[in-house]
Design a protein around this ligand. Structure first.
Ligand SMILES: Cc1cc2nc3c(=O)[nH]c(=O)nc-3n(C[C@H](O)[C@H](O)[C@H](O)COP(=O)(O)OP(=O)(O)OC[C@H]3O[C@@H](n4cnc5c(N)ncnc54)[C@H](O)[C@@H]3O)c2cc1C
Length: 391
């Protein structure tokens, strides 16, 4: 077993670190003020486009996109270092294209869809969303109520989606609907739908904690041709799982980055702040917080690399993805909270990036499957020895 990171991947990580230090960290003050004054915590479209341009100049676009579309075809293990660096700031930015939908399109898109959607997506020219969750149907997508009914050479889709990130802004959405409710997960089909398509209504923008927004969507007699089916009819669930696995590895790496930043800030602070005549760093409580945090970070990083390596070998690593999703998000919650505590009142301000990183991290214990549902999958695997179709 080789625990060394390839030289090429180490260099990529160093480059991303420079990008984060030079381009994102200087924007933290602006983002913190924007969030504190009710403007959300996202970069504007113009700010994002400028960063995309810089990323392109540095060769950081399309890192894990297929080579046939000009991408660098980087394996999942290379992306762990990339995403850990990206997690070290409260300025949320992803090098285009966002990997999970890229993976799903890559395995499921037919030749026409590859040209229409995957190519411009891989080139960073289109943005996408995914619509799985519905009011009343969240962590259990197999019971989804949105229906797609065949009508000649079209499908007519009716239903409602909720909590959809970028649902009202992305150029296209991968929309999950049931084409055969009697088959549960095996009756779910994925459709490619353009923003603004008649019947696709971005009804409500929902403010979430951490200055984040999601969307509620209404699908009202949305007619799409059968050529809009992504992959096979009734087999939307498989490629969707691949997408979710990619996101979960990405999330775990981002959590490692958040923790690294929190610990770096904490170290700087506790080695200069004195209370009751002694440095905070001389207190055993603080030392144990730091020791435990470093230990968990080390464990989390190893688990994340191991899961990524399995994915690179063609294994879906469903159980490992659930394990790292739970472990990483809960670890980061706990350690960000300890870091905020060590800063006293300063840690409660909206001037430090910690609160924003903590709120964004809190969201991560819900999206891509709540911790409890992942624990259910892990437990079923441990008790029954097989991976259930849950999340
Ligand atoms: C910031 C954010 C972004 C999101 N983006 C998207 C998106 O882009 N696309 C999309 O489709 N969805 C998105 N979601 C939705 C997300 O995937 C769902 O919120 C999630 O799957 C949980 O569903 P729910 O909210 O309906 O919770 P429910 O299913 O109602 O569950 C509520 C709570 O009950 C508990 N629970 C549920 N099941 C079990 C169980 N079996 N055992 C024990 N406890 C259980 C958990 O604590 C859970 O948090 C997003 C959510 C958030 C917060």
């Amino acid at each position: 077993m080789d625990f060394e990171i390839a030289e090429e991947h180490r260099m990529l990580r160093d480059l991303v670190k420079r990008f984060v230090d030079d381009e994102l960290v200087p924007k933290e003050k602006m983002i913190l003020e924007r969030e504190a004054t009710g403007g959300g915590s996202a970069l504007s479209k113009e700010e994002t486009l400028k960063l995309d341009e810089r990323a392109r100049e540095l060769g950081l676009q399309g890192l894990d996109a297929p080579a046939e579309f000009g991408g660098a075809d980087m394996p999942a293990v290379a992306m762990v270092g990339v995403n850990e660096e990206m997690g070290k700031t409260c300025v949320e930015y992803r090098f285009p294209p966002d990997s999970p939908n890229l993976r799903m399109l890559d395995v499921a898109a037919n030749p026409e869809q590859r040209e229409k959607y995957l190519r411009p997506y891989a080139e960073g020219k289109l943005t996408s969303a995914i619509g799985i969750s519905e009011p009343g149907v969240g962590g259990d997508p197999a019971s989804m109520r949105t229906r797609a009914v065949l009508d000649g050479n079209h499908y007519v889709i009716n239903g409602r989606k909720i909590w959809i990130s970028k649902g009202g802004t992305a150029d296209f959405i991968i929309l999950m609907a049931s084409t055969d409710p009697s088959k549960g997960a095996k009756g779910i089909t994925a459709f490619l739908v353009d923003q603004g398509h008649p019947g696709y209504i971005a009804e409500r923008k929902i403010p979430m904690i951490g200055g984040y927004y999601t969307w509620e969507l209404v699908l009202e007699d949305l007619r799409v041709p059968t050529s809009a089916v992504l992959g096979e009819v009734g087999n939307g669930y498989g490629p969707m799982q691949l997408r979710l696995s990619t996101r979960r590895v990405q999330m775990a790496a981002v959590c490692c980055g958040r923790v690294r930043r929190a610990l770096d800030m904490m170290r700087e602070w506790v080695t200069q702040r004195k209370t009751f005549g002694a440095l905070l760093s001389d207190r055993q409580t603080i030392q144990w917080w730091i020791a435990d945090a470093e230990t968990k970070l080390h464990a989390c990083r190893l688990m994340t690399y191991n899961t990524a390596a399995k994915i690179d070998k063609g294994d879906h690593a469903r159980v490992e993805c659930s394990m790292i999703k739970v472990f990483a998000t809960e670890m980061a919650d706990e350690i960000l909270d300890k870091a905020m505590q060590s800063f006293g009142a300063m840690g409660m301000t909206k001037e430090l990036p910690l609160h924003l990183m903590a709120s964004r991290n809190r969201l991560a214990r819900i999206y891509e499957g709540p911790s409890e549902v992942h624990r259910m999958l892990i437990a079923r695997y441990a008790l029954q020895g097989r991976v259930p179709d849950l999340v």
